[in-house]
Design a protein around this ligand. Structure first.
Ligand code: V47
Ligand code: SF4
Length: 362
């Protein structure tokens, strides 16, 4: 056990007291954590919280990502994945291709993670029929589908409300929503980076609606571009306030901005130190969200392993094929096997625990 003096010397004595008492950290505490020069003390503090929640366990899932199209009407400045229709490299998967990809997965996936661009003319019925077929072919797989941004887009293209879209998807077996599209909630940054995307209130409202309907959902923050520490803390604070109201967020995924092939040019690329700092601060601020993911695809496996000592407790999964991060320069492989995941988790001193899509141990 690290002594109280250690945290006091790092200027974190009063925050340690709050963490040990299970008290909520304030926005000011969050900013203090961000400016703490002692990265090890910050990691140790986040580890206290992480170990109190999950002990020595680190979770992973046998999953398969399906990116059904990269054709998107939104044109977010940071996104290296999207294409406009007719552009070179634009793709759209047919239902047969989606089912084939799932059949070809090395292990039948427990979680099928479906996300893509906001396509101008894929009707909601296409997805409803596809999900019925997925459930027929893979009854034991949970479907995790569509960011709040896609839900809003499908509502607009179908002329119905987001609640109605969520109800229809639930009827065809969708259980979970991934956490993408949150980016940074600050309106000025959003206006600069993704002016066509739904605003923060809409993103949060749609997750609240999903929680009300019994979905479990995740949440994310895209960081390391033009946002400030204040805007990151504001983002985390808004997530935990929504969680106080609707309670259905299961896992938070901090997404480091990958700049390759992106139209967004930044002066100072994100450092590994800043990535670890953000993961630790997130674990400490999000007192009501059970899990924090070290998403190896975007972090790279080595930093993802280190992140387990900075508050993260989930390693995501086998993934199999991923385009959003890889088109933006992610140097990680496309897939990890169960053995590789378990060895990586054990290799940094944790016990690997296989989970299903909603974090039940299997
Ligand atoms: O919404 C886009 C981000 C997200 C870049 O819920 C970028 O379990 C970095 O949300 N650099 C999609 N990030 C990925 C996502 C996700 C991934 C894994 C698990 C879960 C989950 C969710 O990727 C987008 C956007 O925020 N993104 N471009 C980029 N250049
Ligand atoms: Fe489209 Fe999503 Fe890329 Fe934005 S981040 S351009 S919504 S695919």
């Amino acid at each position: 056990m690290i002594s109280k003096n250690y945290f006091q010397n790092a200027g974190l004595g009063s925050i340690l007291d709050k963490v040990l008492a299970g008290e909520r950290l304030s926005v000011e505490d969050g900013l203090k954590l961000y400016s703490c020069p002692d990265l090890n003390a910050l990691g140790a503090l986040a580890s206290i919280k992480r170990r109190a929640l999950h002990g020595n366990k680190t979770f992973y899932v046998i999953n398969r990502h399906i990116n059904y199209t990269n054709i998107c009407v939104n044109g977010c400045l940071f996104c290296a994945y999207a294409r406009v229709r007719g552009e070179e490299g634009a793709f759209r998967l047919s239902r047969e291709e989606i089912i084939r990809k799932l059949k070809d997965a090395p292990i039948p996936p427990r979680e099928v993670h479906v996300v893509g661009g906001c396509h101008h003319d894929i009707p909601l019925e296409f997805f409803e029929e596809t999900f019925v077929e997925i459930k027929k072919e893979f009854p034991d797989s949970a479907i995790k589908a569509f960011t709040a941004v896609e839900i809003d887009h499908l509502a607009s293209t179908s002329g119905i409300s987001t609640v109605e879209v969520l109800k229809k998807l639930r009827e065809v077996g969708v259980e979970m929503m991934p956490g993408g599209g949150a980016e940074i909630f600050d309106p000025e940054i959003r206006q600069k980076l993704c002016p066509k995307k739904i605003d923060a209130d809409s993103w949060l409202r749609i997750h609240g609606e999903a929680h009300e309907l019994g979905y479990t959902t995740n949440c994310t923050m895209l960081f390391g571009h033009i946002e400030t520490a204040e805007q990151r803390i504001d983002h985390l604070n808004r997530l935990r306030l929504q969680q106080d109201k609707s309670g259905g967020f299961n896992c938070f995924i901090p997404l480091p901005f990958l700049p390759e092939n992106s139209r967004l040019k930044i002066d100072e690329p994100l450092t590994g130190v800043e990535e670890l700092r953000t993961i630790a601060v997130s674990r400490l601020m999000l007192d009501n969200i059970p899990h924090v993911k070290a998403y190896w695809v975007m972090l790279g496996v080595k930093l993802a392993q280190t992140a387990l000592h900075f508050g993260a407790d989930d390693f995501d999964g086998t993934v199999v094929e991923e385009k959003i991060g890889h088109m933006a320069g992610a140097s990680s492989s496309q897939a990890l096997s169960r053995t590789e995941l378990e060895e990586m988790i054990r290799g940094c001193g944790f016990v690997p625990v296989e989970r299903d899509a909603v974090f039940n141990e299997v």
